[in-house]
Structures are given as C-alpha cells and as structure tokens.
Design a protein around this ligand. Sequence first.
Ligand code: PMP
Length: 428
Amino acid sequence: MNTFQVATADQQTLSNWQASLSAEFAQLKAKGLALDLTRGKPSSAQLDLSNRLDGILDGDYFFNGTDCRNYGGLDGLTALKQLFAPSLGADSEDMIIGGNSSLTMMYQTILFHYLYGADGPDSAWKNLKAPKFICPVPGYDRHFSICEDFGIEMLCVDLLPDGPDMDAVEALLKHDPEIVGMWNVPRFSNPTGIVYSDECIQRIANLGAIAQAHFRVLWDNAYALHTISDTAATLGSISKAAKQCGNYDHIIEFGSTSKVTFAGAGVAYMACSEKNRQVFLKHLGMSSIGPDKVNQLRHLKFFSDAEGLAAHMQLHSELLQPRFAAVLDQLSEQFSDSDALSWTIPEGGYFISVDTLPGLASQVVALAADCGVKLTPAGATYPYGKDPSDKNIRLAPSFPSVADIQTAMEIFCCCVKLASVEQALAQF
Ligand code: PMP
C-alpha cells in the first residue's frame, strides 16, 4: 500500500484496504499494549539532566548578602532576572521571578485583572457584560481552561504558519470593546510548533492602537529555549516592538524552567511594564511573603550563566530529537503520498500536530485507545474541547522511549488509515 489516496480510490480498492487494515488492527490490538502519547512531560532521562540541583547549595544559602532561606524578595532574585530575561527578549528590570509554575502566574494575572483591574476598580474585567479572549487555534488546552474558569468567552482565530491570522484579530478587536486578552505561544507553539514572524510580532505590538486600555496580550513563551534543530527560527522581541510604539502596557510575557530542569520544581518568571508589575506584585503580596528563593538560588548555581543554560538545553535537544524523528519518520513513510493525514514538522517545542480528514479525529483517538495507545483527546486543542472540523490531534513524543513511540505510531497510522477508508467507503 504505497499510495494511499482515499478520495480517488474506487470501492474495490477501498474494500481491499479495509480488509488488510482490519486484520492489521486486530493483530496490533492482540498485543495488549499500554502506551501513552498524551501530555508533554519530560522523560526521566531529561529530568536526570538536572539532578545536580539536589545538594548544589551544599549548605550555602546566601546570595549577595541575602539569606535565601528567609522571607522576602517578592519579585525574586535579581541575578535570575538577568539570566532569564534574554529568553523572553525582555529587559531584566521588567522581570518577576516566581514559584514553580508559569501557568499559576498566568492564572494570577487574569485573576488580578478580572477582580481588581490594572487601572483601578472601574477597569476590572468582571464589570464587563461579556469579557472575551482571542484564542489562536489549535492551541493549549490549559489556556482555554483558565478562560472557562473565569467565564471568559473565547473567540477563535486560525493559527497560521507565521502566527495568528492578524486580519481576523484586528477585525475582532475593532468590533468588540469587551475583548480583554489574547493567548499566544509564540515560539514552537503548542501544538503546531510554529514560530511567530517578525511581521506578526509587529502587528501584535501595534494592537494597543485599536484595543481598549484593558486589553492584555498574554505571551506564553513556554518553549523559548526548546529547540530540536540547530537551525530553528528565532523569535523577535515583543517587548522591544511594543515599547517602540508605546504599547508595552498591553503585553505580559511568561516563561519557566519546567521543561528545562524539573517540570514540577522549576522556576517560573514573567516580564511586563512597571505599571503591570506593580499591580501584580501588590496583589501577589496579599497571598505570599516571598517566593522559594532557595530553589531560585539552586537554579542560579546550576546554570551559572547564559552559556550554561544553552549547553543544558543542547542536552535536552539530543534526547528529544530521536523521539521526534520516530514520529516524523513513520508519518512520512506511511502518509507522504496520501491525502489522509497532514502534519507539522516543528523545529522545537514538545508537540507534533496532525490533521486527519475532517470528522475523523475522535474516531482515530478511540480506535487507538482500543489498541492500547492513549492520545490527547480529540478537540483538546480547541476552546471548550470542540474542534469544529474534528480533525486535529496533538502528539506528544517527549516522555515514552523511542521503541514505544515507534510501536505507538505504527498503531496510530493503522488507525488513521482504517478510519479514513471506512469514511470513504460509507460514501458509496
Ligand atoms: N504553557 C505552555 C504552552 C505549556 O505547554 C505548558 C506545559 N505543558 C505550560 C505553560 C506549563 O508551564 P508551567 O509548568 O511553568 O506552569
């Protein structure tokens, strides 16, 4: 079965394919496997790269005269601001270094804008009849869950190969003054892996000219450092672009070491204008006397400097490359001459995004589950879990072994083909 063009295949060819694929499916199912390609977690080998964090302080908890064991320092260690600011393309004095999760900082940002507003009580998002966020799709499910948690309505725009469809974004903003935010994963987006172009970044920086004062661009640069190709596209600086056109108050950037050191025990950070920093710190200070500076100091000692950080990321890249290759090799082997599947070839990040023929993603996920391969639920990459075309599936190859990925992909490909053939046969 070299060429696999279901749209043009005749009924007899489709029936033959169905028979052979059903037999292959039964054989694979009989293996009783339990494989998981769902969440973008680092593998144990990746976590092991950071084991030196344990004990690295060796009893010395002081940094520049500060006892990091004690309370205080709400905005984090200055030296870490300097270390992580370049990964966001931000200025170090705009940074806040926080706890272990950037998602928490994003949630808090939305909470503070929702309850209190950045310009006093009248500017709180909760006063609006229907606050809304622009959501480039496919996107990150946890961003969408935060909006759902606040009852913030989500407006989808397409995520194109160079960033969100900015014509659509601008049209929405011009027409609806109750749009309060926009999600972005600008480098190696979750799940398509695209990198925003300079032109797109400039247009986002300019949005302040048409948006209301309460509008915030949430710039989640979770994969800023996570290349899997030596020639991966770089990302322009949104803060520099926004500062130049006087719109920096509209931008809030985030990042973390969750996929750099320990996913559950890393260091998160954000960068924004002084006004936004003060608003954030004021409300943060009501719930915390200071972050875990001991962990911050451990990270500082662990990386030492920008070169140390870059060298560490190279080790991650070496572990991730064969896993991504295991997915991509199998996809191109089985579908390069086919109309049944398209996919992205990312140069970094944690995901490969595939599109089945319309209407088949849920069925493929169900078939794979029946064969012992867990995939991210179809629809997860869209607000409210609803992919209008039911075609997008996010594959996350970081955690399993290469051998397990190869087996899981064999099953995945069989399921895509079987679902495609059955759909085509149903037309006759
Ligand atoms: N943002 C994106 C786009 C992610 O993919 C993830 C992890 N899956 C996170 C944020 C979570 O970051 P953190 O661990 O810092 O909360």
